[in-house]
Write a new protein. Structure first.
Length: 232
């Protein structure tokens, strides 16, 4: 069953038609990877899924219910976690406070799940440091943990490897695989780092100027020449 089902979404910025009849699904237990060059509309699609920009036409169903008219807050509450491009952690707040922000719409007493520190151990050592004092990779791990704190059913990540050192990219890849393999979460990953994308993809989608030009099982990415398709 698809936890996320997107049908014929159209999106404009002013007069520019950015997303054209975009349809996709995401399944629990699977990593769906969305590839595409700069400026094709990947982030716009994710923002549309989160409700940060309103869609013009089309439908978005999450967990069997239409959500396209709901607010970002309601979508987060429904179980969608978002790790934005560029991370957007709170630089002046501590790691612990950042993680609490991820729980802001839960009741005040909801504790930070201990398993976050098992998945991303570096955060435990950094708990009382300010977000802004962390390395880029640590900030990315914090942004992921913040999105995971309320235990979403769908985790959306926008280019989590951007500007991050290889050892931390490996750690992030392991976490993504582990979360998907548990079977109770769907992952939608936007990525331009091809090797990382191919390694993680159960399903792939390739976007070009607001439309999907290729899609299929991750295991077929090599034979279909997807690397060449998205090469800069
Ligand atoms: N807030 C905005 N207002 C107007 N145009 C925008 C805005 N954000 C992005 N765009 C344009 O929309 C297109 C898609 O951008 P984006 O979704 O960020 O692409 P990607 O994430 O694939 O790099 C680009 O041409 C970009 O310049
Ligand atoms: Mg983007």
């Amino acid at each position: 069953m698809s936890i996320l089902s997107v049908k014929n979404v159209n999106q404009y910025y002013g007069g520019s038609h950015i997303l054209r009849d975009v349809s996709l699904d995401a399944q629990l237990g699977k990593v769906t990877v969305l590839l595409g060059r700069n400026g094709v509309g990947k982030t716009t699609l994710l923002k549309s899924l989160m409700g940060l920009v309103p869609i013009k036409t089309g439908s978005i169903a999450f967990d069997g219910k239409p959500i396209e008219r709901t607010t970002p807050y309601e979508r987060a509450r429904a179980g969608i976690g978002f790790v934005p491009q560029g991370r957007e952690i709170f630089a002046r707040l501590t790691v612990e406070e950042n993680l609490r922000m991820g729980l802001a719409y839960k009741s005040g007493s909801t504790p930070i799940p201990a398993e976050l520190f098992e998945l991303l151990p570096v955060l435990k050592q950094m708990l009382h440091r300010r977000g802004g004092d962390l390395s880029g990779g640590q900030q990315q791990q914090l942004a992921i943990a913040r999105a995971l704190a309320p235990r979403p059913k769908l985790l959306i990540l926008d280019e989590p490897t951007e500007g991050i050192q290889p050892s931390i990219i490996k750690d992030i890849g392991r976490v993504i695989r582990m979360l998907a393999d548990r079977g109770d979460m769907a992952i939608l990953l936007v990525e331009q780092y091809y090797d990382f994308a191919e390694e993680l993809a159960d399903e792939y989608l390739v976007m070009e100027r607001g439309v999907f030009i290729a899609r299929g099982p991750g295991s077929e990415m090599q034979e279909k020449g997807i690397r060449q398709l998205v090469a800069i």
